[in-house]
Design a protein around this ligand. Structure first.
Ligand SMILES: [Zn+2]
Length: 507
């Protein structure tokens, strides 16, 4: 038996792991490669002791070996093609994060040129849209800013014209992602194997930035999954052997989630900020401790400072956040050393614009405009995602990746059940236009029993439409509320200009 220690710089806690090294011969006899590789790093049942212990020797940091695909070879690992590509990207990301901002932008411009040429030639929507670049040998930032921005309504209304008619080689299969985002009307975006690969590599960067211990157990409480609780045996770290990952649908009540967390006893928890807040409140009000947790990660919504403070207070942990969107993947990751975010410039070109379309300087709030540098199936060039943000000054950590000091995006209210339990409302992923002639829609909880679905309709609803809409919404929420359908001319935005598709008036 070998004793190893682990230091989690994120949570500032030391812990000791006890790792059992299984005799090689018995592993070879009992299991088929490549599972024996992970057996070398088999974590004993003592894994839950990783917290609250004191390390005596920092030199004994755990070593993680990538997943090996060749029988009998565990170290150095020989990965499969997909994993090898993730690691090849990670190798580059590891270096580029330290490059100067100017060098990163120069390389982004070269990548943007390739995307523009492809889009102009093969994507009908973009034909004639890059007039500002005519005659230029190289794309300059000045010329780039003259390209009109792409709105969500453009994707909704011209989705097919945004799809490339001729894909270059090597981008792999094309997938479709549907996102309802923050406007209440869904969009459909095509992505590729290559964009998935970048997602995996950035996901790996995220784990490395947070110094997460790959042997830990991870729990995700996110979008609905087919069964109420799921275990993903292959782990949670792209390209590496890792501990198990368990998932629970976010539509479970908060009390159910906390009971599940107590049972699963994970080291890491990934969920939405609004859901985390409800979990923290529940833990605090009921004196529940989740003592095994050593890392909390959020995504999908804005994280308020008050949530960070509540996380510290209730769980004694600082949370880490990832700014992402379904249609483009990871946009920015929280700096390992600071609360602000670093734009993932190797993947996304992010601009923040004033109302007149000029770029905002540090400290100025403006519209977030994104360019996905690698999606050649459906190029999103200067895409106005609907969020607002603010650039910060360069980060003292030394990374050249631009700093986002603030993101003002979507925030969710929680849905209150008649019992008083809170659940994350599964409304935004529901594509209402499938059930009736509905444009924009907003769900408002008036009381613990009654909800109102406000809709801007394209034509009068028939009784059948009403029945289908009512069923679709209530099925997704999973509870038999009274649901009133109300047709309106317009759904007002919030004071900050954002659209909220679920509001709760329950105090
Ligand atoms: Zn930093």
């Amino acid at each position: 038996m070998t004793k190893w220690a682990v230091y989690d710089s994120h949570t500032r806690s030391f812990g000791k792991w006890i790792v059992t090294v299984v005799p090689l011969t018995s592993v070879l006899l009992l299991s088929k490669p490549p599972s024996w590789v992970s057996a070398i790093f088999l974590v004993s049942s003592k894994v839950h002791e990783m917290r609250n212990r004191t390390a005596t020797d920092k030199e004994q940091s755990p070593i993680f070996i990538p997943w090996s695909s060749v029988a009998g070879i565990g170290w150095p690992a020989v990965p499969r093609q997909f994993e090898a590509r993730i690691l090849a990207l990670q190798y580059q990301l590891d270096q580029s994060q330290w490059w100067e901002a100017e060098a990163l932008q120069r390389l982004q411009l070269r990548q943007m040129e390739m995307l523009l040429v492809h889009a102009e030639r093969t994507v009908p929507f973009y034909r004639g849209r890059f007039k500002a670049l005519a005659g230029l040998k190289r794309v300059t930032m000045e010329a780039w800013r003259k390209i009109p921005t792409l709105l969500r309504t453009d994707i909704q209304d011209h989705g097919q014209d945004l799809v490339s008619r001729k894909m270059p080689e090597g981008h792999g299969r094309i997938r479709e992602i549907r996102s309802s985002g923050s406007t209440g009307r869904p969009i459909s975006v095509k992505t590729t194997d290559v964009t998935q690969l970048f997602f995996a590599a950035l996901n790996l960067r995220y784990h490395l930035w947070r110094s997460r211990d790959f042997r830990g157990k991870t729990a995700k409480i996110i979008r609905p999954i087919s069964s109420k609780s799921q275990i993903k045996p292959q782990g949670w770290v792209p390209g590496y052997n890792s501990g198990p990952m368990v998932s629970l649908g976010v539509t479970s009540t908060v009390a159910e989630q906390v009971a599940w967390l107590r049972e699963e006893d994970p080291h890491y928890l990934f969920t939405y900020p609004s859901n985390l807040r409800a979990i923290l409140d529940h833990c605090q009000n009921n004196g529940v401790e989740l003592s095994n947790l050593c890392g909390i990660a959020t995504m999908g919504e804005v994280v308020e400072d008050t949530l960070r403070a509540a996380c510290e207070e209730v769980l004694g942990l600082s949370l880490s956040d990832c700014y992402s969107a379904q249609e483009v993947g990871i946009i920015a990751l929280q700096c390992p050393d600071h609360p602000h975010y670093h734009v993932q410039s190797e993947r996304i070109f992010l601009e923040i614009l004033n109302n007149d379309g000029t770029p905002c300087g540090p400290g100025e709030t403006g519209r977030v405009v994104l360019t996905d540098l690698h999606n050649f199936a459906m190029p999103l060039i200067r895409y106005e995602i609907g969020d607002y943000g603010e650039f910060g000054e360069p980060c003292p950590c030394g990374r050249g990746l631009p700093v986002l000091s603030r993101i003002l995006g979507r925030q969710r209210n929680m849905l209150t059940l008649p019992s008083g339990d809170l659940i994350w409302p599964l409304f935004d992923s529901n594509n209402l236009d499938q059930y009736g002639p509905v444009g924009q829609a907003q769900l408002v909880q008036r009381t613990t029993e009654e909800l109102e679905l406000r809709m801007v309709v394209k034509k009068a609803l028939k009784p059948r439409d009403e029945k289908c809409l009512r069923k679709a919404v209530l099925d997704r929420l999973g509870h038999p509320f009274t649901l009133n359908l109300v047709c309106v001319d317009e759904i007002p935005r919030l004071a900050n200009g954002k659209f909220e598709d679920f509001m709760s008036e329950v105090k």
